[in-house]
Structures are given as structure tokens and as C-alpha cells.
Design a protein around this ligand. Structure first.
Ligand code: COA
Length: 179
């Protein structure tokens, strides 16, 4: 368990797949700036058991244990590049309370503490202002625009590329306890 002040991140177990499938299949959870898709629980279970997914999901929990969303990290390019990308979503009723910003800060600490990575990146629809704000508050810098990069709701949209590199991060901000 990765513990913050507002939320904790708990690595996803097989038992969490029904919840994740429920969230993935509700368009309002992924929001208007994510690809619309439907995934069956069976398909998710198969992928999880094969262990071939290059993606690790964490459930975002409030301090009372209620599950409010997910954050994931994945490798998009060849691992020799040592880049990791992150993605996240919160259920609509829990947005605007600072939870995702803290989840991203925890994830950045965790990845720089646990992986030999130089750079953590995120791509978000140019119109997704809440996501831009989360990344900027968590120390990411906007690098530029990736033209027609994301296929969302029937069209290819421009995306903003954000990153934080190890030299900028310097030291953990939230995961500072060792015991
Ligand atoms: C993006 C998302 C994860 C943000 O989560 P959150 O917990 O609400 O984020 P936080 O509360 O930590 O911070 C949101 C910030 O954006 C601001 N914000 C929210 N909507 C905004 C908008 N339309 N325009 C400008 N700023 C906005 C908030 O005011 C807040 O900033 P503040 O703390 O300075 O007031 C959430 O909106 C979500 O789940 N959206 C759907 C899925 C999604 O788009 N995921 C990202 C894909 S890249």
C-alpha cells in the first residue's frame, strides 16, 4: 500500500477486476477525453492471468477505504528508453477534491524510487484542462502538442505531452517514510 494524506494507492488484484470492468464500461468514469470502449470481464481476466499486459493498475482509495478510481503506469516505447507513462480516472462524484493530484504525486515518487527510469510522461487531450492542472500541480512540465494523437469519440485529437524527469523530481515528496 502506498500511503498519502488524502488517498492510498493499492496495487490491483484479480479480485478488483469486476470493479475495474464496471468503471471501464461506464463512459462517465473515463470521461469525454478518453477512448470510448467496452471490455468484458472475461477478456480482462484472461489478460490479467496471462500476465502479458505492460500495464500495472492501482486502485485509488480514500483513507476510509472507499474505492474512487484508478491510476496506472505502462511502457509505451522500448524499455531501453526507460520511459514510463501514467494514466488515471476518478469516479465523477469524487472529482475536484485534490485526490487525483495526490495520486499522481504518490505514483511519481513510487516510480522514481522503484524504477531505473529517467522520465515519467503523460498525454492528455488538449481540451482536458482538469488533467493538465493535475499534472502541473504534480510537477510535470508541458512539452508540446502531439498532433492528431488520440482517437477519442470518433475523431483524432491533438494531445499535450507532459513529463517530469528525475533531475526535476530530486527527492520523494510523499513517500518519505521508510518504516
Ligand atoms: C482528470 C481527473 C482525473 C482529475 O481528478 P481530480 O481528483 O478531480 O483532480 P484534482 O481535484 O486533484 O485537481 C483538479 C484541478 O483541475 C481544476 N479543474 C477541474 N475542471 C477544470 C476545468 N474544466 N478547467 C480548468 N480547471 C479545471 C480543479 O479546479 C483543480 O485545480 P485546483 O486544485 O487548482 O482548484 C478527473 O477529472 C477525471 O477522472 N476525469 C475523467 C478521466 C480523465 O480525463 N482522465 C485523464 C485522462 S489523461
Amino acid at each position: 500500500m502506498l500511503e498519502g494524506k488524502l488517498v492510498n494507492l493499492r496495487v490491483m488484484e484479480k479480485e478488483d477486476l469486476p470493479l475495474l470492468a464496471e468503471w471501464f464500461n461506464k463512459p462517465e468514469v473515463l470521461g469525454e477525453y478518453n477512448t470510448l470502449r467496452q471490455v468484458s470481464r472475461t477478456e480482462m481476466e484472461k489478460d490479467f492471468e496471462k500476465g502479458t499486459l505492460e500495464i500495472t493498475d492501482f486502485i485509488i482509495e480514500k483513507k476510509d477505504g472507499s474505492e474512487i478510481g484508478f491510476i496506472c503506469h505502462f511502457t509505451l516505447v522500448h524499455p531501453a528508453g526507460k520511459h514510463l507513462e501514467i494514466g488515471y480516472s476518478l469516479i465523477p462524484s469524487e472529482r475536484g477534491k485534490g485526490y487525483c493530484t495526490e495520486a499522481v504525486r504518490i505514483m511519481v515518487d513510487y516510480l522514481f524510487l522503484s524504477r531505473d527510469t529517467m522520465r515519467i510522461q503523460a498525454c492528455t487531450d488538449t481540451r482536458n484542462l482538469a488533467s493538465h492542472k493535475v499534472l502541473e500541480k504534480a510537477g510535470f512540465k508541458k512539452e508540446g502538442t502531439l498532433r492528431r494523437y488520440l482517437f477519442i469519440r470518433g475523431e483524432l485529437r491533438d494531445a499535450c505531452s507532459y513529463s517530469v524527469i528525475r533531475e526535476e523530481w530530486k527527492e520523494p515528496k510523499i513517500l518519505t517514510r521508510t518504516a
